[in-house]
Each structure stands twice: as structure tokens, then as C-alpha cells.
Design a protein around this ligand. Structure first.
Ligand SMILES: *[C@@H]1O[C@H](CO)[C@@H](O)[C@H](O)[C@H]1NC(C)=O
Ligand SMILES: *[C@@H]1O[C@H](CO)[C@@H](O)[C@H](O)[C@H]1NC(C)=O
Ligand SMILES: *[C@@H]1O[C@H](CO)[C@@H](O)[C@H](O)[C@H]1NC(C)=O
Ligand SMILES: *[C@@H]1O[C@H](CO)[C@@H](O)[C@H](O)[C@H]1NC(C)=O
Ligand SMILES: *[C@@H]1O[C@H](CO)[C@@H](O)[C@H](O)[C@H]1NC(C)=O
Ligand SMILES: *[C@@H]1O[C@H](CO)[C@@H](O)[C@H](O)[C@H]1NC(C)=O
Ligand SMILES: *[C@@H]1O[C@H](CO)[C@@H](O)[C@H](O)[C@H]1NC(C)=O
Ligand SMILES: *[C@@H]1O[C@H](CO)[C@@H](O)[C@H](O)[C@H]1NC(C)=O
Ligand SMILES: *[C@@H]1O[C@H](CO)[C@@H](O)[C@H](O)[C@H]1NC(C)=O
Ligand SMILES: *[C@@H]1O[C@H](CO)[C@@H](O)[C@H](O)[C@H]1NC(C)=O
Ligand SMILES: *[C@@H]1O[C@H](CO)[C@@H](O)[C@H](O)[C@H]1NC(C)=O
Ligand SMILES: *[C@@H]1O[C@H](CO)[C@@H](O)[C@H](O)[C@H]1NC(C)=O
Length: 828
């Protein structure tokens, strides 16, 4: 979801937020990355993990989690900060550290944050146990400036009292290492928080200390960070404090506190039984313990589970056992190297910033969703299928995240597809948004349709080998397309009225389902594209009646096109519409960066009367990825379409950080101006992305942004629910994509590549525009190619660039496909 990201992506342009000082992370981090990239010139075996900067997106509301994690790890260890910090960590060094904790999401815009349960905070208590600063406000501390560090599988931060905290992780466990300064003012103390998560949603829990074993078990119930507050999820942790007997506890006990005087400690007590908390908000209670004075670092082993404390302990035992911090960090690094080396580029001849942006993006593109297989609860308890937490949300990830995964990791993609289908098996509809194991709010409808259909369109030959039954997949699609759920805010769509009217009407009487009746324009546009996804699988499976039905429905985007609306001299915009067919006018400028009204509701609010979700009509009116040719007609032909695209960017309507805008910079391809797309993508990348913590144009949206940037840098754009790629100009002279399931590798070589072209504005005379493309020696079309001809079979793709923009600005008679011009006529 772009939720707050969007509010924040738009609002800072309108309001001036106080600017903050960002003296994080350690400057040594960038020096290390730069040196690694430079050293690659003389290496044959590259360590791709050394090119990753986990802090990109930890500022400017990127909401990225830089914590220690393995690929798709359920555990992501990082510090939780005060202020706006949905992923726990932020670079802003005026924010205080509350503790280090094992559960986080990455790149989600939840306003209050998500997870952050089970925080541990190292303390010095010179006046003993009873004087320890245990409550949130009392224990929070600033960091030492310029010391934060992270690499794939590792996180470190030093507090301003010189206590260093480090963490490394496995899928459901991790090791924490605390180094106290030699001149520490007390023996090492630790406070462990039972109740507080980032959104302050504690609904009850329990804590037990076993001093002999040196083990603390915790568990409880918490609420969703982005969904109905009536649902709770359960989570558990197991803290092993003795490092296999090498460490000795000194004191232990429990504490409770509040902000108005309560600050009670119970030395020697071992239980907290707070199984029901109905009043909500911040509740403060936990464990407090100390070690005998010692100079070596304190090692603490942590297991987490969504099922039980026993399972949390078992996870730590099986995934870590007696392994050392370095062992676990080394194992995490191996897993990351395996993922990152699926895309190899010519590092020595690629600008260093491009290398760092690409590998950092690929890293985040395998950081989420969180693999909670075997950790299921609620209706998913004991499912025999893979299970992933944090599908946050499908509206964000269907466009680029899963298409990127499809290129190199079909096995993982299939597991996630199975997980989506399992949502249908258990709930009757596929999940749209899953936050904290709970159903999150729906955004555009059932965007899972475009995820599972993308899988089907690209891997139908291998589907059964990958554990996917295409008929079952299709049944799940039909449920989304045909069955109106009782409440479509959390799954499915309002298909009852959509089918009846051919659009989602504004102010319609719906007697059989509930949901927030807003966003009628954007819901219609997204529903239509979801229907295209269903249509594609119907085509694949030869269900000709359904093909006709869903092809027709995929064109319903036309039904919200009001040809009479004019804005900035351009005619025709998507608009919401009454049941009687009359359009309900709202200005296309509303909710765009050019909207002068900074109090307008543009997101999920009940008073978002604008008709579009987190977008303006200026922005959403480009959205018909399966039928852009007809959109061009609606807008008045190629020339007007191109002029209007230019105006959209130049006048500031484009939002790089917003999903409905993802494909727009490449829209020129459809009007036969591919060179203009190349120019635009260069501008978009260098205006909105860089290698700094503020280097994302807003919320990463669970790596939706990271995967978009990866495609931009590779010079590709995927059309979701199809096997078509739009071809642009790569930012690297050569890259290879390895698909170890299909056993193929595809190398793309960019002839006439010039580093001079890798900037915001391509200088005249520098080759950067696609002149020709060959695939395994055979000439291909210039503007697009197909998965089945390229990445499915592997081999050599050669893209030859030219400086002659005029000559290159033509698709030579082969435009990318659109339904209305006979495109997508058969499945490959
Ligand atoms: C690579 O090796 C060459 C020749 O040994 C040396 O001159 C150059 O400095 C090395 N470059 C890097 C970045 O290590
Ligand atoms: C970090 O630096 C800022 C100025 O950038 C300063 O205000 C703050 O006190 C420093 N923090 C610490 C812990 O030294
Ligand atoms: C303790 O040692 C640290 C270096 O580890 C130093 O920066 C700090 O000033 C010392 N503090 C005291 C109170 O001596
Ligand atoms: C915790 O409290 C609940 C509810 O009061 C009670 O049922 C349960 O037995 C208690 N558990 C322990 C271990 O005391
Ligand atoms: C690389 O990125 C950094 C940080 O944004 C920037 O200062 C630098 O100019 C960039 N270098 C190049 C060659 O673009
Ligand atoms: C998820 O975890 C399960 C159980 O360990 C494993 O079999 C599967 O490969 C993992 N999937 C991904 C995508 O990490
Ligand atoms: C699809 O639309 C066409 C053209 O409007 C119409 O003739 C046909 O009956 C429709 N088919 C279905 C199944 O709705
Ligand atoms: C359609 O309904 C709207 C809202 O009730 C109303 O303003 C409009 O006049 C109606 N249009 C027609 C043609 O009746
Ligand atoms: C701005 O938007 C708010 C909320 O939708 C609305 O109440 C107000 O009338 C708008 N102000 C202007 C000047 O349009
Ligand atoms: C746009 O240009 C393409 C390619 O030249 C052409 O096929 C198409 O008919 C044009 N569309 C319109 C609406 O003029
Ligand atoms: C890929 O290779 C492996 C081992 O060589 C083999 O088991 C597998 O069937 C191959 N997969 C495909 C899709 O050819
Ligand atoms: C691009 O490469 C081709 C073939 O190698 C060459 O003929 C052409 O001159 C090059 N164009 C530019 C602008 O470098």
C-alpha cells in the first residue's frame, strides 16, 4: 500500500516539513561499498552482497527495514525508533532508540508502524535493579552519530552511552550481540518488553522467566498495522540468555510502568500473566535481568514463532543451535549471494552508482514477503501449503515485484502463488493485502488476479512441476471475478454493482455487501485490469466463453472515461459516475502534486470523494496497460497522446513513488515514440532515485519501488498478466539473468553502450536509443519482446544503440500489444 507514503509523498510537496539532520549510517559503509565495486575490476568471482546498501530508503519515508534478515526472512532484526518509523529503523538521528527487536516488515507505509514486538534494550543501572529505566520513555536513547551499519544478514547500531548492539538472522531466529564499553557504569542490564509493538496494539500476553535455563519466553496478541482493528494476531519469542553456559545471570525479575508515576520492579519474580488487555494503547510491562560483570560481549539467542513459545524455542534450536554469530552471519551471506547472483552485470563497465542501486534493489526484491511457512495461525493454521506474511499490498506488487521474481526465481514465485491460492481455499477469495498475518485493507480490488495470472502466463508449462494446479488457480480467479464478498474492504471486489453497471457507480445502493464506497474511478480501472488477468488465463485454458466475457469486462475501463472533461487544455479523463450514467465531476488535478488543497482526503478515508485511490485522475487516466492503443484513440490520437504525456511529466502530475504511475514513462512506446520513453526513464531514475538513505521517492511499498528501479536499470518493463516486455535502453553494457529452475541463462549485451548516456539528460551525439535487437542471432522487433523467445529459452540478446534519436524513435511497425488492435490474441 502506498497509504501514508502517498499522503506523505504528496504532502511534503505542499507543506514544508521540518527538515531533520541525518548523520547516519556510518560513512564507512559507503566507502566499503565503493571499494568493493572498484575492486570488482580485478575479480572473477564477485561478492554481490558487498554492493548492497541496506540503508537506501531508510529516510524520506522510504520505510525500508535495514535489519538483519535472510531472503524472505520472517525475522528482521533492527532497532525501533521513536517518531514516524513504520519499519522500526529510520536514519533521523534526532529520533530515539526504544530497543532492538526481531519482527519487522519492510517498505510499508502504515502510519503507526508494524511489528516491533519483543524489544530488548541494554542498559546501565549504576544504582541497581530497582532504578533501571525500563519504561519506553525512560529507556529510550539517542545513537552515537555516524555509526549505524548493515549488510545483508547483519545490523549494528551503537547507543550514545557506547553500548554496541549487533544482530544476525536465520528465517525464524537470530543472534544478538551487545558490547558494553570498558568503562561501563554498571554490570550489563537488559530490559525486555512484553507489550509494546510499534503501533501500540497490545491485546494481552504472558511472559515467563526460567532462571536456571536462562530462558525467557514471551507471547501475546497484537493488532493489525493496516486492517480492521477487531482482528488480532498472535506472536511468540524465546530469548536464551546464557550463550550455551558461557554467561551467567546476576539478577532477574519483572517490571510494570506507565507515564504518570507507576514504575514498579519485582526482583526475583518470574511470571507476567496479562492475558487480556481491552483498553488498548501503550501498556508497559516486561522482564529485567542483569549479568555478572564481564568484559566480553553478551550473546543472546532469539527465536520467534507465530504459533507458540515452544515453537519459538525450537526454531532457535534448529536454525541456530550452538552456532556462533560469525557462523550465522556467514550463512545468511551465502543465501544472499545466491539470490543476488541470479542477475549479474558487467560491474567494471557500469557506473558505480548504478551497480549499487541495482544490487540494493535486488536485495530488497528478495527481502519480503516474509516466509512464515510452518508458522500459520487462524484459518491458515496447519495448512500444508507455503505461507507468507506481509502481502502488503498486492496493488503495489503486481506491477513489477512479481514480474521481476518471474524472471529468475520461479520456484519462490510458485510458492507465493500457492499461498495466494491458499487464501482462496481458506477464505473464499485470494488475499489483496495481508498485514501481520491478518487481512489488510483492499486498495484497487483483487490485484492477486494479476499476480497469479502473470505466473500462469509465463510458467504454465512448468506449473504442475512447480506445484500449481492451473485449474485451481483459475477457480480462485473466478471467485474474485464473480463472487461478491460480504465485505469487500478486505478481499474480493464489489462485483455485484460492477457487473450490473459496467463500472463501479458512485452513490449506488448496494443491498448485499459492505465496504467503503469511495474510489469508484480507480476501482473500475483496476477491476478491469484484474478482469484482463482472468481473461488471459481463460485464453490459456481454452475457456472460450469466459474469454469473451472477461475480454469485454477488461474494457470496462472505457465506461468511466468522460470525454467532455478538460484540464490544462487536454480533453477526456477518467471520472466517477452515477448509476444513471451521468458522470460525477471531480477536477483531474485533485489529489495530484498540483492540488492546492492540502486537506483533501485522497486515500482510504471515508471522505475521499475524489473517486481515485492515492492518485489524481490526471495520473490514473493512463491506466489500461492491456489496451493502451484504445486509450490513445480516446485521448485524440498519437500526437495528442505524446503531447499530453510530456505535459503530464513537465507540469508535475507524475508521481515516481506511486504505483499507478509505474508504466507511464514508457507510455510513449505505444504511440510509436520509443526513444522518448528512453529519455523519460533516464530522467525519472536520476530525478527520483539514488544511493542515499533518502534515495527513494517515498515508501518502497514492499520493494515495488525496488523492482521498478531494477527494471528501469535493465532497460525492460513487464506488462503484468502477459509474457510481454517493453524494451528500453539498459544502464549497463551487459547483464545475465540466470534461471536455475529452467536451467537457462540469458545474456543481454548493449552494443554502443556509453557511460555518458547514464545521466538525467542524454547528451546529443551519445548513443542511447535502441536501433536494433537480436535474439540468439535473429532480428527481433525493437520495442518489445516476449518471455518465451528470450528468458524462457536463454541465450544471447544484443541491443544495439544509436545516437540517432530520430531514426530510433519508431517501433518499425511493431507496437506493443493492445486488446483493441488484436493484441494478446493467443497465449504463448
Ligand atoms: C587491478 O589490477 C591492475 C593490474 O594489476 C592494477 O593496476 C589496478 O590498480 C587494479 N585495480 C583495482 C581496482 O584494484
Ligand atoms: C549527533 O549529531 C547532531 C548534529 O548533527 C547533534 O545534535 C547530536 O547531539 C549528536 N548526537 C550525539 C549522540 O552525539
Ligand atoms: C567511556 O569510553 C568511551 C570510549 O569507549 C568514551 O567515549 C567515553 O567518553 C567514556 N566515558 C566515560 C564516562 O569515561
Ligand atoms: C493466567 O491468567 C489466566 C486468566 O486469568 C488464567 O486462566 C491462567 O491460568 C493464568 N496462567 C498462569 C500460568 O498463571
Ligand atoms: C553517486 O551518488 C551520489 C549520492 O547521490 C552522488 O553524490 C554522486 O554524484 C553520484 N555519482 C555519480 C557519478 O553520479
Ligand atoms: C520458505 O520456507 C520453507 C520452509 O523452510 C522453504 O521450504 C521454502 O523454500 C521457503 N521459501 C522461500 C521463498 O524462501
Ligand atoms: C462482448 O461484447 C461484444 C461487443 O460489445 C458483444 O457483442 C458480446 O455479446 C459480448 N459478449 C459477452 C459474453 O458479454
Ligand atoms: C443522475 O443522477 C445524479 C445524482 O442523483 C443527478 O445529479 C443527475 O441529474 C442524474 N442524471 C440524469 C440524466 O438524470
Ligand atoms: C479542500 O478539501 C477539503 C476536504 O475534502 C474540503 O472540505 C474543502 O472544501 C476543500 N477546500 C477547497 C478550497 O476546495
Ligand atoms: C498511432 O501510430 C501507430 C503507428 O504509427 C498507428 O498504427 C496508429 O494507427 C496511430 N494511432 C492513431 C490513433 O492515430
Ligand atoms: C534443470 O536441471 C535439473 C538438474 O540438472 C533437472 O533436475 C531439472 O529437471 C531441469 N529443469 C528443467 C525445467 O529442465
Ligand atoms: C553503433 O554500432 C554500430 C555497429 O557496431 C556502428 O556502426 C555505429 O557507428 C555505432 N554508432 C554509434 C553512434 O556509435
Amino acid at each position: 500500500m502506498a497509504f501514508l507514503s502517498k499522503v506523505l509523498a504528496v504532502v511534503p510537496l505542499l507543506l514544508t516539513l521540518t527538515s531533520t539532520v541525518h548523520a547516519q549510517p556510518s560513512p564507512a559503509l559507503q566507502k566499503r561499498i565503493s571499494a568493493a565495486i572498484k575492486a570488482a575490476a580485478n575479480q572473477t568471482q564477485l561478492d554481490y552482497t558487498a554492493f548492497v546498501n541496506p540503508f537506501i530508503g531508510t529516510d524520506n519515508f522510504g520505510d525500508v527495514c535495514p535489519g538483519a534478515s535472510v531472503p524472505f526472512g520472517m525475522a528482521k532484526f533492527t532497532t525501533d525508533m521513536t517518531g514516524y518509523a513504520p519499519a522500526g529503523y529510520v536514519t533521523d538521528n534526532t529520533q530515539f532508540v526504544r530497543g532492538l527487536s526481531p519482527l519487522h516488515d519492510s517498505g510499508t507505509g502504515s502510519s503507526l508502524g508494524t511489528y516491533g514486538n519483543f524489544e530488548i534494550m541494554p542498559l546501565m543501572c549504576p544504582h541497581g535493579f530497582d532504578t533501571c529505566t525500563t519504561t519506553l520513555a525512560a529507556r529510550q536513547r539517542l545513537r552515537k552519530n555516524n555509526t549505524d551499519d548493515a549488510s545483508p544478514g547483519y545490523f549494528a547500531l551503537t547507543l550514545n552511552n557506547n553500548i554496541k548492539m549487533e544482530a544476525t538472522a536465520t528465517r525464524r531466529a537470530g543472534l544478538e550481540r551487545f558490547t558494553f564499553p570498558a568503562n561501563a557504569t554498571s554490570k550489563p542490564y537488559f530490559v525486555l518488553d512484553l507489550a509494546n509493538d510499534l503501533p501500540a496494539s497490545f491485546a494481552g500476553g504472558e511472559l515467563n522467566i526460567d532462571p536456571q535455563k536462562g530462558r525467557i519466553t514471551i507471547g501475546g496478541l497484537w493488532g493489525s498495522s493496516f486492517g480492521p482493528s477487531r482482528f488480532n494476531y498472535q506472536a511468540f519469542a524465546c530469548y536464551d540468555l546464557l550463550d550455551g553456559g558461557k554467561q551467567k545471570l546476576s539478577e532477574w525479575g519483572v517490571w510494570t510502568g506507565d507515564t504518570v508515576g507507576l514504575d514498579a520492579k519485582g526482583l526475583g519474580l518470574t511470571h507476567l500473566n496479562l492475558t487480556l488487555n481491552l483498553i488498548g494503547g501503550i501498556y508497559q510491562s516486561g522482564a529485567l535481568f542483569s549479568y555478572e560483570d564481564q568484559s566480553t560481549p553478551i550473546n543472546i539467542r532469539v527465536g520467534v514463532s507465530f504459533r507458540s513459545t515452544d515453537q519459538a524455542c525450537a526454531n532457535a534450536e534448529s536454525e541456530i543451535g550452538t552456532a556462533s554469530f560469525e557462523d550465522i552471519q556467514g550463512r545468511a551471506k551465502v543465501l544472499w549471494q545466491e539470490k543476488l547472483s541470479k542477475i549479474e552485470i558487467d560491474v567494471p563497465n557500469t557506473p558505480a552508482n548504478v551497480t549499487e542501486m541495482l544490487y540494493s534493489s535486488l536485495y530488497r526484491s528478495s527481502l519480503t514477503p516474509n516466509n512464515a511457512t510452518g508458522e500459520t495461525q487462524g484459518v491458515f493454521a496447519d495448512t500444508t501449503h507455503p505461507y507468507f506474511d506481509s502481502l502488503y499490498c498486492s496493488w503495489d506488487t503486481f506491477r513489477t515485484f512479481y514480474p521481476l521474481m518471474a524472471l529468475h526465481s520461479p520456484v519462490e514465485f510458485a510458492q507465493i502463488v500457492d499461498n495466494y491460492i491458499d487464501g482462496w481455499r481458506k477464505n473464499g477469495w485470494m488475499p489483496e493485502c495481508r498485514a501481520n498475518n491478518l487481512p489488510g485493507w483492499t486498495q484497487g480490488g483483487s490485484s492477486a488476479d494479476n499476480i497469479v495470472s502473470h505466473f500462469a502466463m509465463n510458467y504454465h508449462n512448468e506449473a504442475s512441476e512447480l506445484g500449481i494446479d492451473l485449474n485451481e488457480l483459475y477457480a480462485a480467479l473466478l471467485a474474485d471475478g464473480e463472487l461478491n464478498p460480504p465485505e469487500w474492504n478486505i478481499e474480493g471486489r464489489q462485483v455485484n454493482v460492477y457487473k450490473k453497471y459496467g463500472y463501479v457507480p458512485f452513490a449506488v445502493l448496494d443491498v448485499s455487501s459492505t465496504g467503503r464506497q469511495t474510489r469508484e474511478g480507480s476501482r473500475t480501472l483496476e477491476y478491469a485490469f484484474e478482469d484482463f488477468g482472468i481473461r488471459q488465463v481463460a485464453l490459456l485454458l481454452g475457456k472460450s466463453d469466459d474469454v469473451e466475457t472477461y475480454t469485454n469486462r477488461s474494457l470496462f475501463y472505457r465506461n468511466v472515461w468522460d470525454p467532455s472533461v478538460v484540464s490544462d487544455g487536454y480533453k477526456g479523463f477518467s471520472q466517477k459516475r452515477f448509476p444513471n450514467g451521468t458522470f460525477a465531476f471531480t477536477s483531474p488535478v485533485n489529489c495530484s502534486p498540483n492540488d492546492k488543497n492540502d486537506t483533501r482526503s485522497c486515500s482510504l478515508q471515508g471522505n475521499n470523494v475524489n473517486g481515485f485511490y492515492e492518485s489524481s485522475s490526471w495520473e490514473y487516466s493512463w491506466f489500461a496497460p492491456h489496451d493502451t492503443a484504445h486509450l490513445i484513440d480516446l485521448m485524440g490520437g498519437n500526437a495528442t497522446f505524446v503531447k499530453r504525456l510530456d505535459h503530464f511529466f513537465n507540469a508535475g502530475y507524475y508521481l515516481a513513488g506511486n504505483e499507478p504511475s509505474f508504466q507511464t514513462p514508457i507510455g510513449y512506446h505505444y504511440a510509436n515514440h520509443p526513444a522518448k520513453s528512453v529519455d523519460r526513464v533516464r530522467e525519472v531514475v536520476f530525478t527520483n532515485f539514488d544511493i542515499t538513505p533518502a534515495g527513494l521517492p517515498g515508501n518502497d511499498d514492499q520493494a515495488a519501488m525496488a523492482s521498478l528501479l531494477s527494471f528501469h536499470l535493465l532497460g525492460l518493463y513487464p506488462v503484468p498478466s502477459t509474457s510481454q516486455f517493453l524494451v528500453l535502453s539498459p544502464f549497463t553494457p551487459k547483464y545475465t539473468i540466470h534461471n536455475s529452475f529452467l536451467n537457462v541463462s540469458t545474456t543481454v549485451t548493449t552494443v554502443n553502450y556509453s557511460q555518458k548516456s547514464i545521466q538525467k539528460k542524454i547528451p546529443a551525439g551519445v548513443p542511447a536509443y535502441v536501433q536494433s535487437v537480436t535474439i540468439n542471432g535473429k532480428a527481433s522487433t525493437r520495442c518489445h519482446f516476449d518471455f518465451f523467445d528470450v528468458f524462457r529459452v536463454g541465450g544471447e540478446v544484443v541491443i544495439t544503440l544509436t545516437a540517432d534519436k530520430t531514426k530510433a524513435d519508431d517501433c518499425e511497425g511493431s507496437l506493443p500489444e493492445s486488446i483493441s488492435t488484436g493484441g494478446f490474441a493467443k497465449a504463448r
